[in-house]
Design a binder for this molecule. Structure first.
Ligand code: HEC
Length: 165
């Protein structure tokens, strides 16, 4: 009985934390684009003075600055070739499938935004395809992604936060 309950809890936790879309195995073919964050090049540690940045960037630093000493480190923004014009237009219309990736290069993690019927889905994978999503509030839960990506009014348009620099 107890064993059964533990198994059930384990399954429920896994389901709850799971990434919302499958791993984009072709992510290396995506093209890197220049956005404000890509131009900065890295997410800093918690001592960085980010007070001059827009509030959403300040919250992003606050969410991830403590993941390791020195901060999360090098990042790049990758866009699926078939969605490059959507990304550039920034009109909230995206083709189905994985579209945008925030690549945390030092952490070897992929933050993936995928569209289904033009609705954004959020996923977290390691570079080699392990689901790296975690509990709510960890910054690695699809709902944490959604909260920030929709919580700043017009700053993010249908899931897309960055604009081309
Ligand atoms: C606290 C706020 C915040 C959280 C939490 C957050 N993001 Fe973002 N995200 C941003 C901002 C701001 C940018 C734009 C950075 C830039 O200038 O390129 C961004 C950029 C991105 C991009 C590049 C394309 C785009 O939308 O501009 C992807 C993909 C992405 N995030 C996915 C995720 C995923 C997946 C998660 C959850 C694991 C997540 N994000 C969590 C704020 C956040």
């Amino acid at each position: 009985m107890i064993k059964k309950i533990i198994v059930l809890i384990a399954i429920a936790t896994a389901l709850f934390a799971a990434s919302e879309s499958s791993f984009p195995a072709d992510w290396k073919s995506y093209e890197s684009v220049k956005t404000p964050l890509a131009m900065i090049g890295a997410l800093p540690d918690c001592n960085a003075d980010v007070s001059s940045l827009p509030a959403i960037y300040q919250e992003t630093v606050a969410t991830y600055c403590a993941v390791k000493p020195g901060g999360p480190g090098a990042v790049e923004i990758l866009v699926n070739k078939k969605a490059k014009s959507s990304f550039a237009k920034r009109n909230g219309k995206f083709p189905d499938g994985a579209v945008m990736i925030l690549h945390l290069k030092d952490l070897k993690l992929l933050f993936v935004t995928t569209y289904k019927n033009n609705k954004p889905l959020y996923s977290i994978y390691t570079e080699d395809g392990q689901d790296a999503s975690n509990v709510p509030g960890s910054g690695l839960n699809p709902n944490d992604c959604r909260t920030c990506h929709t919580g700043y009014g017009a700053f993010c348009l249908n899931g897309q936060c960055a604009s081309l620099k």
